[in-house]
Ligand binder design. Structure first.
Ligand code: SF4
Length: 249
């Protein structure tokens, strides 16, 4: 028993105390920083997902895989390590030259009073991998580990849509998963939220031109939150959900 206590004291607190201001590696590719006054010709045709637009210079974070290929060859594109990337507005995911990270995070996630009232202290989510590669799914698993400990905020993944307050979709939504996804959505009781997690879910990502996708679900049902990433970092996911269900940004 004393050995166990000694080990616990030695390990200290394993969870990230201040999740809203957690530090992250300098090399993490997060919020883009674009310079419109620099030559962009070397970037032409390099983006695998058409996230990068050169005229005018912009990056659609909903399509971006954060592969860094553009930043390697073109000085006009850099990536900061800002990880608060989510937005309630799909349009806002398009970052243009001069957009400051500090300004983006202030306005990107719009909090609704009724959402804060209903889900502010407890939010149970059902995750649907709709053709995902397991990248985002693994990061979502990590959200509940001892380090990120999302459960302390009352946010948990549950095993059944009937126990859920919303669904989190990963993957580009393949034909094979279209029915199961809709079934899951319909089985989730009202009121409920829909979260698109990762470039594939938001835009189809690198699979956007595939004939094997069926994204009609997104035309039928409203989306509440878009979370960019490839895969989505746990800090990005947890901060996105916290900003949406809690008005204390
Ligand atoms: S980092 Fe994003 S914008 Fe740049 S090439 Fe990769 S996918 Fe395209």
């Amino acid at each position: 028993m004393f050995d166990t206590l000694k080990t616990r004291i030695f390990q200290g607190k394993q969870y990230i105390k201040d999740i809203k201001n957690a530090s992250i590696s300098e090399s993490f590719r997060g919020f883009p920083v674009l310079h419109s006054n620099m030559d962009t010709s070397s970037c032409e045709g390099i983006c695998p997902t058409n996230a990068l637009n050169l005229n005018p210079l912009s990056i659609d974070m909903g399509k971006c895989t954060f592969c860094g290929a553009c930043a390697k060859v073109c000085k006009a594109v850099e990536f900061s390590n800002g990880y608060k990337l989510a937005s309630t507005d799909r349009e806002k995911l398009v970052v243009t030259a001069g957009t400051k990270y500090e300004d983006y995070i202030k306005s990107a996630v719009e909090t609704k009073k009724e959402i804060v009232k209903i889900f502010g202290r407890s939010l149970k989510l059902r995750q649907v991998s709709a053709g995902g590669c397991n990248g985002c799914e693994m990061e979502l698993n990590a959200c509940s580990n001892v380090n990120f400990d999302m459960g302390r905020f009352g946010i948990d993944f549950v095993a059944s849509p009937r126990h859920a307050d919303g669904i989190v979709i990963t993957g580009p939504i393949t034909k094979n998963m279209a029915y199961a996804l809709e079934d899951c959505y319909k089985s989730t009781p009202e009121p409920k939220i829909v979260v698109l997690c990762g470039a594939c879910a938001v835009s189809g990502g690198i699979f956007q031109a595939s004939a094997e996708l069926n994204r009609e679900f997104l035309d039928k049902y409203p989306v509440d939150l878009y979370i960019p990433g490839c895969p989505v970092h746990p800090l990005t996911f947890i901060n996105a959900i916290l900003s949406y269900i809690n008005d204390k940004k």
